[in-house]
Design a protein around this ligand. Structure first.
Ligand code: F0G
Length: 469
C-alpha cells in the first residue's frame, strides 16, 4: 500500500502543479522585531492562542475560518436574504448538503461545535460509550458533557508519527469489536468517525474501512456518524491512494463515503471555504426532529442556526468549490510542499504528510524536555519568537485531564501543527516557514521547557498560561 504514497512530483512526472486561481485582492502582513515578539509572547503567557493577530506574520494557527473566499462567494454575500425565518439562502445550503453529502435532513449551526452539541444531546445518555478514530477536543468535550465516555479505537499506527501507513485514520475493527463485547452495544449509541483525523496529523480513513465499520456497527444496531469537517480532503487521499478510486472524482468519493454513515456534523470553516458556519445532517426523521427542536434553544431558528443569510449563501457556494479535484490537488499539494522541505532537512514531522497541516514532532525535536514540561507548547512559542510564525500545540495541553482521575492525559503524539489556510499563502510563505522551523531546530539543544501557571477547566489549551522554567 505504501508505494501508493507518492510525492506530487513523482505522480505527475516533472510537471508542477499550480493553484487553479489568481489573486484579486491582497491583505498586508505585519512584520515585527524579535523584541516586540518577546514582549507579545510573554503577554500571551507563551500560548499562541492568546497572541493578537496583529503581532503575527504568517498565521498557521488553524485552517478554521481562515480561508480566502472566491469572487463567486463574495458575490453570493450580496444575495443574503436576512429574513428571520425561511431565508432563501438556507434552502440553497440545504440543497447543497443534500446534493454533495447525500444526507436527507439538514440543521444549520453557527459552527462545528454547535452541531456536536446538538447530536451529543440527542444521542448520548449518562454512562454511554462513544468509540471513535481518535478524539477531537471539542467533539469529545460535548460527548462527555452529555454523559458519555470517549474510547479511541483508531489503528495503532496512528499513534506512531513515523509509520507510513497510507490510511492512519482507519478504525481498528478488533478494538471496536472488543469494546462492543465489553460494554455492550446498548451502551453505544454511535461510533464517531472523522475524515482526515486532525489529532493524528491530518491522516485519512479509507473507503474499505468505513464500509467495514458500517457493517460491524449495523450488525449491532450502532449508528455511524461522521465528522465531515475535512472529509472532502479525505476524499482526495482516497482518490490518490485507494485501489479502484483513481478515476473517481473527489465529489463522487465524498458522496459514496457519506452513504456508509447515518449522518454528519460539519465545521464548514474548513473544507467549505467560509469564515463561519456549520451544520448537522442526518437520515433519520426522528433524530432530525429532536435536533431541529434543540437548535432553536442553543443556536437560532432552524432555517439559520446562528448564521446570517449571506453566510449560508457563501457556504452553499463553498461546498461546491471544495469538491473540485483541481482545488484539492493544489490545497493538499501546498501542505505537502512545506512538509517535503522539512523532510529533506531531516526535521521530525508526522509521516505521511497530512491534509491540512504539517505536524512537527516535538518529542523528537526536543527529546530533552519531558512531556509535563510541554515540549510542543515550547516549540510553538520558540517558532513565534524566531519569525512571527504562529502554530498550535497539539499534545499534552490539548489532551487535557482525565475527568475520572484528574491527572494530565499523556498522549503519544506531542505535536505542533502548522496549519495551512486554504487559498491564502503562497509558496514563498511556505519557504519562509520551513526556513524558520530549521532555525529553531538548529537552536534546539539550548531550549528549555515551560510550566503551566493558569489552567481553565474546559479545553484548557485555548486559554492556559505558561512561564519559562
Ligand atoms: N471537528 C474537527 C475535526 C475540527 O477540527 C473542529 C475544529 C471541530 C470539529 C469543531 O468545529 O471549530 O467550527 O466549532 N477545529 C479547529 C482547528 C478549531 O483549529 O482544528 P468548530
Amino acid at each position: 500500500m505504501s508505494d501508493h504514497i507518492k510525492t506530487m512530483g513523482q505522480q505527475f512526472g516533472r510537471r508542477s502543479w499550480a493553484e487553479p486561481w489568481k489573486i484579486k485582492m491582497v491583505e498586508p502582513l505585519t512584520m515585527t522585531t524579535r523584541e516586540q515578539r518577546q514582549r507579545a509572547i510573554e503577554e500571551a503567557g507563551y500560548n499562541t492562542f492568546l497572541l493578537r493577530s496583529q503581532d503575527v506574520y504568517i498565521d498557521l494557527l488553524t485552517d478554521s475560518g481562515t480561508s480566502a473566499m472566491s469572487d463567486r462567494q463574495w458575490a453570493g454575500m450580496m444575495l443574503g436574504d436576512e429574513a428571520y425565518a425561511g431565508s432563501a439562502n438556507f434552502y440553497r445550503l440545504e440543497a447543497a448538503v443534500q446534493e454533495y453529502y447525500g444526507y436527507r435532513y439538514v440543521v444549520p449551526t453557527h459552527q462545528g461545535r454547535g452541531a456536536e452539541h446538538l447530536i451529543s444531546k440527542v444521542e448520548i445518555k449518562q454512562g454511554d460509550v462513544i468509540a471513535g478514530n481518535m478524539y477531537f477536543t471539542t467533539t469529545r468535550v460535548h460527548q462527555e458533557l452529555a454523559g458519555g465516555r470517549f474510547v479511541d479505537v483508531i489503528i495503532d499506527e496512528a499513534h506512531d508519527p513515523t509509520s507510513l501507513h497510507p490510511f492512519k485514520g482507519n478504525v481498528d475493527l478488533d478494538k471496536l469489536q472488543r469494546l462492543i463485547d465489553e460494554v455492550g452495544a446498548d451502551k453505544m449509541p454511535y461510533v464517531s468517525i472523522a475524515g482526515t483525523v486532525n489529532m493524528a496529523g491530518g491522516q485519512p480513513i479509507s473507503m474499505a474501512n468505513i464500509r467495514d465499520v458500517q457493517a460491524l456497527c449495523h450488525k449491532h444496531g450502532i449508528k455511524v456518524y461522521l465528522d465531515a469537517t475535512r472529509m472532502a480532503e479525505n476524499a482526495f487521499f482516497i482518490q490518490e491512494r485507494e485501489e479502484g478510486y483513481a478515476h473517481k472524482s473527489v465529489r463522487e468519493i465524498l458522496k459514496e463515503f457519506c452513504s456508509y454513515t447515518d449522518g454528519a456534523w460539519m465545521s464548514a470553516k474548513k473544507d467549505s471555504l467560509v469564515n463561519i458556519g456549520g451544520w448537522l445532517a442526518v437520515n433519520d426523521a426522528n433524530v432530525f426532529d429532536k435536533a431541529r427542536n434543540l437548535v432553536v434553544i442553543y443556536e437560532g431558528l432552524h432555517t439559520y442556526g446562528g448564521m446570517a443569510g449571506r453566510d449560508m449563501e457563501a457556504l452553499a457556494i463553498g461546498i461546491e468549490e471544495s469538491v473540485q479535484d483541481d482545488h484539492q490537488r493544489a490545497r493538499i499539494g501546498q501542505v505537502r510542499y512545506l512538509g517535503e522541505l522539512l523532510n529533506e532537512w531531516g526535521i521530525p514531522i508526522v509521516q505521511p504528510i497530512g491534509g491540512h497541516a504539517v505536524f512537527l514532532d516535538a518529542k523528537r525535536f526536543y527529546p530533552h524536555i519531558p512531556q509535563n514540561e510541554f515540549p510542543a507548547q515550547t516549540l510553538a512559542a520558540e517558532l513565534y519568537l524566531d519569525s512571527g510564525i504562529r502554530g498550535m500545540e497539539r499534545g499534552i495541553v490539548s489532551a487535557g485531564r482525565d475527568p475520572q482521575t484528574g491527572d494530565h492525559r499523556y498522549p503519544a503524539l506531542e505535536l505542533v501543527r502548522l496549519t495551512i489556510p486554504r487559498r491564502v499563502y503562497t509558496q514563498a510563505h511556505m519557504d519562509v516557514t520551513a526556513e524558520a522551523v530549521k532555525a529553531v531546530y538548529d537552536q534546539r539543544e539550548a531550549t528549555r521547557g515551560l510550566q503551566m501557571v493558569y489552567e481553565p477547566e474546559y479545553l484548557r489549551f485555548f486559554q492556559a498560561r505558561f512561564a519559562r522554567l
